[in-house]
Ligand binder design. Structure first.
Ligand code: ADP
Ligand code: MG
Length: 702
């Protein structure tokens, strides 16, 4: 990497962005492409040819030899198939570098190797990738050289979505259409388009690669499956915002540089609560671009870590007993002329349009809490949501003091006449300035918090795509907007009707608002009284995808068909079973081949010690006692290992939901039973005998 650089110079240097397009495309083609990006017209093949050619020339100047349609199948990561630009050799034996409009617009990866949840039988395995021209193409550099990456959507031969992006784009259309109706009701004739904006804060762990490679659990499942707690955990909270260690700083510097080149606005980095945990946040962008950028961010972090002799762990819970990782999905809705529909202004009680939008979001989140919860469920996230950590599995909404007060005034008195104003924060030192306080304090425990001019959905898992969460958010809010617009468009007296409707929305959906401590047991009870769902596992959450209300919701906005929803449910059950199966088998392998043999060696050493010491006529009672303790753990471990093997074999004969439930209820329990005696043994067995690095070494020696 270069020593010194100017960020403004390198930012976006590997992106086929607006500046490059303006420079390199003929005026009329540029204009047509813009219209296509705005959804006004389709792109002609002739224009596509011109664009493809310009893209190719630009990419080749950046050293690219290949191009790829970059897409997000339902595996959680991205996929690509690389083709080089070369043509068949001419008579003179030379090749040309070619890239046509057809190749830009459409690709055909071998669809059969990606999950389809029964949407596609193998005999009709065709799937197509289609260019998403609203997310810019980019050149990615790596060991294999440079590649032109074209963001695409991935569909089956019959047009069903096989990826994350297709429904996301559909949901963006839905919210655009309905939000424009709301704006029109308030006399807005200038905004042409409404787009969700998203900023995803990404948490991750960094460990040393040498140590990582000694642990099969990290290699195969991305998390530790054994491991006793280190003497020092996160109880001191000294890692949070702590100074960032040299090695990590060097890693972060490279990550930023690579991301900036790719046009990803890496902005804020800091240490997180847990040791070895960090966070990186970009500046928010249009929903689908933010989704692509988050995937790029994860890719780049993993790649750069390897280069630094480190490994980036994106798993939601790499270490038991230590905080897990998530992804805060900050979401707002903005018009093309810069109006944020979630901006309350200084006096929210007078901002009728804002209050109506707020009521719409409250209704959406209350009505479809289960879907929102489902959108954030993945296998690793089960260790966070509803387990003893942030955020709780119950969806509630934090509004803050100021908005909560306005909402209550409206419910109680029918009118809101004031907004609590922000004050000055007295710093108490004459040399420090007094700061303007926000009108609302933060709440860190709420899964869905209003933070000034956006909602922050904090449930998404660190390894997961943010697409599903945004698909749900966009669609459920579109539904609220639609119902509101249907009613208000008919009203004789708009002012009266809108006032009554806001009051009704607040009153009907106030139960979703909760400003207290979301981690407390009282909240679990209180939420049950309010009738809010508390969905504890991914497997339990999945069924919300296929219930009749969900099908109706998504079909009516053209976001998912029933078949697509069913396929997604099936894919999730399967993903769950596969992941737990891998974890269980990895445990069986580690316990059988590494841990139990190591413990046996240690007991043998202890036994020898007992004999030798006794022979020498000394007291061997300490050794004998330790031997008895360790032998006890050994026996328990062996028994649990046998049982785990048995239940994994039983699981293999099941399928679908039933299989996933069996893995969750039976296999996971057996895994816990194997882990417990081994973790206990780790606390007493001589370190020299332990076959791989401990939690302390992984967490504190980076
Ligand atoms: P925090 O204090 O929670 O870290 P920040 O203000 O730093 O909050 O923002 C966190 C993320 O939210 C960033 O990615 C930021 O770009 C994004 N964000 C800020 N404003 C908006 C908005 N109006 N809509 C969507 N995302 C936003
Ligand atoms: Mg945040």
């Amino acid at each position: 990497m270069s020593e010194k650089f100017n960020v403004a110079d390198i930012f976006g240097e590997n992106v086929f962005n607006d500046t490059v397009m303006r420079e390199r495309l003929p005026k009329n083609v540029y204009k047509n492409l813009k219209l296509t990006m705005e959804g006004v017209q389709e792109l002609s093949l002739a224009d596509a040819d011109v664009i493809a050619n310009a893209m190719k020339d630009w990419a080749i100047e950046k050293g690219a030899t290949h191009y790829t349609h970059w897409f997000q199948p339902l595996t959680g990561t991205t996929a690509e198939k690389h083709d080089s630009f070369i043509s068949a050799p001419k008579e003179n034996g030379k090749v040309l570098m070619e890239f046509s409009g057809k190749e830009l617009i459409k690709g055909e990866p071998d669809a059969s190797s990606f999950p389809s949840g029964g949407l596609r039988a193998t005999f009709e395995a065709r799937g197509y990738t289609a260019w998403d021209c609203t997310s810019p193409a980019f050149v990615r550099e790596g060991a294999q050289g440079a590649t032109l990456c074209i963001p695409t959507a991935f569909c089956s031969y019959t047009g069903e979505a096989l990826d994350q992006k297709t429904p996301l784009l559909r949901s963006m259309d839905a919210i655009n259409e309905q939000a424009l109706r709301i704006l029109k009701l308030f006399g807005n004739t200038t905004s042409k388009k409404v787009t969700p904006s998203v900023g995803a804060e990404q948490e991750y762990f960094i460990v040393d690669r040498e140590k990582y490679l000694q642990r099969k659990d990290l290699i195969f499942s991305g998390r530790t499956l054994f491991g006793a707690m280190p003497p020092k955990g996160q109880e001191l909270d000294d890692h949070y915002f702590g100074s960032i260690r040299e090695r990590i700083s060097a890693f972060m510097k490279d990550v930023n540089e690579e991301l900036w080149k790719l046009g990803v606005t890496a902005k804020t980095q800091h240490n997180e609560v847990a040791p070895a945990q960090h966070e990186l946040a970009p500046i928010y962008a249009q929903c689908n671009i933010a989704t692509d950028n988050n995937q790029l961010m994860m890719e780049v972090m993993k790649k750069v870590a390897t280069r630094h002799g480190l490994v980036c762990l994106l798993h939601e819970k790499p270490f038991a007993g230590v905080n897990g990782s998530g992804k805060h999905n900050n979401w707002s809705i903005t018009t093309d002329d810069g109006i944020n529909l979630l901006d309350p202004g200084k006096t929210p009680h007078e901002n009728i349009q804002f209050l109506l939008v707020l009521g719409a979001v409250m209704k959406a989140v209350d009505t479809h809490a289960d879907l929102l919860r489902e959108s954030a469920s993945d296998v690793g996230n089960d260790h966070r949501l509803g387990a003893n950590e942030a955020p709780p599995a119950i969806i509630s909404m934090f509004l803050g003091e100021q908005l909560e007060d306005v909402v209550e005034q409206l419910i109680d008195k029918g009118d809101a006449t004031s907004s609590i104003q922000k004050g000055k924060l007295k710093t108490g030192a004459s040399t420090l300035p007094d700061l303007n306080k926000d009108a609302t304090d933060r709440n860190r425990t709420s899964p869905f918090a209003f933070t000034g001019n956006k909602f922050e959905f904090r449930m998404v898992g660190s390894s997961d795509s943010i697409a599903p969460a945004n698909v749900v958010l966009n669609t459920i809010v579109a539904e609220s907007f639609k119902e509101i617009a249907d009613e208000l468009e008919k009203a004789d007296n708009f002012d009266m009707a809108v006032h009554d409707l806001i009051k009704k929305l607040f009153t009907d959906h106030h139960r979703i608002v909760f400003n207290g401590n979301g981690y407390s047991d009282e909240w679990v009870e209180e939420a049950a009284k309010r009738g809010l769902p508390n969905i504890k596992s991914m497997v339990e959450a999945v069924s919300s995808l296929t219930k009749p209300e969900t099908v109706k919701l998504f079909e009516s906005f053209g976001v998912f068909t029933e078949a697509e929803l069913k396929s997604r449910a099936e894919i999730k059950y399967e993903a769950y079973s596969k992941a737990i199966n891998i974890e269980a088998k990895t445990m069986i392998d580690m316990a059988g081949k590494e841990l139990i043999p190591s413990i046996i060696s240690y007991t043998t050493e202890l036994a020898n010690s007992v004999l030798t010491v006794k022979e020498a006529g000394a007291d061997a009672s300490v050794q004998a006692e330790l031997l008895s303790t360790v032998s006890g753990y050994l026996k328990d471990a062996q028994t649990a290992l046998t049982k785990l093997k048995e239940v994994v074999a039983v699981a293999a004969d099941k399928e679908g939901k039933e299989q996933a439930e069996y893995f969750r209820d039976v296999v996971k329990e057996a895994m816990g039973e194997l882990r417990a005696p081994i973790d206990a043994a780790e606390m007493v067995v001589d370190k020299e005998f332990w076959p791989f690095p401990s939690y302390s070494e992984l967490l504190f020696e980076v």
